[in-house]
Design a protein around this ligand. Structure first.
Ligand SMILES: Nc1ncnc2c1ncn2[C@@H]1O[C@H](COP(=O)(O)OP(=O)(O)OP(=O)(O)O)[C@@H](O)[C@H]1O
Ligand SMILES: [Mg+2]
Length: 210
C-alpha cells in the first residue's frame, strides 16, 4: 500500500497538478487510490469540488502535522495514497515525509527552482533520523522542449545527489484548462501528449516505489 508525496517548499512548482494527475493515472490503472490534500490552501479539495458528476477517486483534507500518525487508519483499504504537500508549512511537510514510502520533488527547469531545492533537502536531514528509508527523487515539470535550461536542468540537479525521474512533464495549457473544471488531461484527451507523459511518469513511479 504505497504512500507517495509531492513535496517542495517552493510554491507553484506543480505539486497539486502532479498529485491530482498521478492519482487519476493510478485509478485508471485500476489501483484504488486516495488523494490527501495536506495543503491548508486546499487546492486539491477545490479541484474536487469544481468537478461535476462522480469523483474518480476520493480527496480528503489533512493539512496537519499528524499525517504520519493518522494516515494508517485513514488510508486503510487503498492500494495507493498520494499526498499533495503544502509550500512553506514546514511541520506538515515533515509529517508528510514521515508518512511516505517515496517523496517526489517537482521542479521546473529554472535556476530558481534548482537553487530552492536546498530547503527540502534540509527537511530530509531531520526526517532521516526516523525514516532514512524514504525514497526520494526529483520530477521535472513544465519542461519546455528545445530550451537550454530544459536540457541543463538534469545536470544542475545532479549536485544534489538525488535521482531525477526520466519521465518529465512538459508545459501544456491543458493542465491548467482541465483543472478549472475539476478535470484532468485524461478527461480532455486520454490519448493526447499530456496524458501520455503522465502515464509514463506513473509507470516510472510504480517501478521507483517497488
Ligand atoms: N505542466 C504544466 N503545464 C502547464 N501549466 C502547469 C503545469 N504544471 C502546473 N501548471 C500550472 O502552474 C500553476 C501552479 O501549479 P500547482 O498549483 O500544481 O503548483 P503547486 O506546487 O501545487 O503550488 P502551491 O505551492 O501553491 O501549492 C497552476 O496554475 C497549474 O495549472
Ligand atoms: Mg498546491
Amino acid at each position: 500500500m504505497p504512500v507517495i508525496s509531492f513535496l517542495n517548499q517552493k510554491g507553484g512548482v506543480g505539486k497539486t497538478t502532479l498529485a491530482i494527475h498521478i492519482a487519476d493515472a493510478l485509478t485508471r490503472r485500476n489501483h484504488k487510490t486516495l488523494l490527501v490534500d495536506a495543503d491548508p490552501q486546499g487546492s486539491a479539495l477545490d479541484w474536487a469540488a469544481a468537478r461535476q458528476g462522480e469523483p474518480r477517486f476520493p480527496v480528503i483534507g489533512l493539512p496537519r502535522p499528524s499525517i504520519h500518525k493518522e494516515l494508517g487508519v485513514i488510508a486503510q483499504g487503498y492500494a495507493w495514497t498520494v499526498i499533495d504537500g503544502p509550500p512553506r508549512v514546514y511541520e506538515v511537510a515533515r509529517s508528510a515525509i514521515m508518512a511516505s514510502d517515496a517523496v517526489l520533488i517537482p521542479v521546473q527547469p529554472s535556476p530558481y527552482d534548482v537553487w530552492s531545492a536546498n530547503e527540502i533537502l534540509e527537511l530530509f536531514k531531520e526526517s532521516d533520523i526516523y525514516r532514512p528509508d524514504v525514497r526520494r527523487a526529483f520530477v521535472i515539470n513544465r519542461k519546455i522542449a528545445n530550451t537550454a535550461i530544459g536540457r541543463d536542468v538534469n545536470e544542475a540537479l545532479s549536485e544534489y545527489r538525488l535521482p531525477v525521474l526520466k519521465a518529465a512533464v512538459c508545459q501544456r495549457v491543458s493542465f491548467a484548462d482541465s483543472a478549472t473544471l475539476g478535470k484532468t488531461v485524461f478527461d480532455v484527451d486520454a490519448e493526447g501528449q499530456a496524458a501520455r507523459e503522465v502515464m509514463e511518469l506513473v509507470k516510472e513511479i510504480e517501478r521507483f516505489v517497488r
